[in-house]
Write a protein that binds this ligand. Structure first.
Ligand code: 4NP
Length: 171
């Protein structure tokens, strides 16, 4: 995660939860929004995925979409399952909770990618127990809380990654 980031070698980041319909699509949408606001879109490839196959092909949950829309953010993900091959492809893989983290680490059989598999809330200035709580079976307040946690974490994450961006003279 400390490598130089250039337009020729964009930083590839995947946000991962269980279903890829609530938390990780929201993280993807918020991070993308922040990157776009700063005009840094050429420096990042932003993705999300789930550790389960439960919802493959589905758009983000309607409550997640509604909450993001309230903040001017569109979620356009289609759920996919995180595959072992993705470990090779991405520079940073951020799990939403400890269970997702364990499942990702299990995919990394030889531990060769362990450095790039982290918790999203490792970047949260108020990390609490390190988990982005699963909102799936709860009410709207859970979705709003997920949004707030992910916004705070994404802002801190981008601030950290921006230090590694090497802009060209014309930028
Ligand atoms: P997510 O939420 O992992 O944030 O997308 C969930 C979505 C679906 C289920 C659980 C959590 N499910 O059990 O189907």
């Amino acid at each position: 995660m400390n490598r130089k980031i250039t337009k020729d070698n964009p930083f590839k980041i995947s946000f991962v939860c269980l279903g890829n319909i609530c938390r990780s699509p929201t993280a993807e949408g918020i991070f993308e929004h922040l990157v776009n606001q700063k005009g840094l879109q050429s420096y990042f490839y932003i993705d999300s995925a789930g550790t389960s196959a439960y919802h493959i092909g589905e758009p983000a949950n309607s409550k997640s979409q509604w909450t993001a829309n309230q903040h001017g953010i569109k979620l356009h993900s289609r759920a996919r399952r995180f595959e072992a091959g993705d470990l090779e492809d991405f520079d940073l893989i951020l799990a939403m909770d400890h269970e997702n983290l364990r499942n990702l680490k299990r995919l990394d059989r030889n531990g060769e990618h362990s450095e790039k598999i982290k918790l999203m809330r490792d970047f949260d200035p108020q990390p609490e127990d390190g988990e982005v709580p699963d909102p799936y079976y709860g009410g709207m307040d859970g979705f709003q809380n997920v949004f707030d946690v992910l916004k705070r974490s994404s802002e801190a994450l981008l601030k950290e990654l921006e230090k590694n961006i090497e802009k060209e003279k014309a930028d």
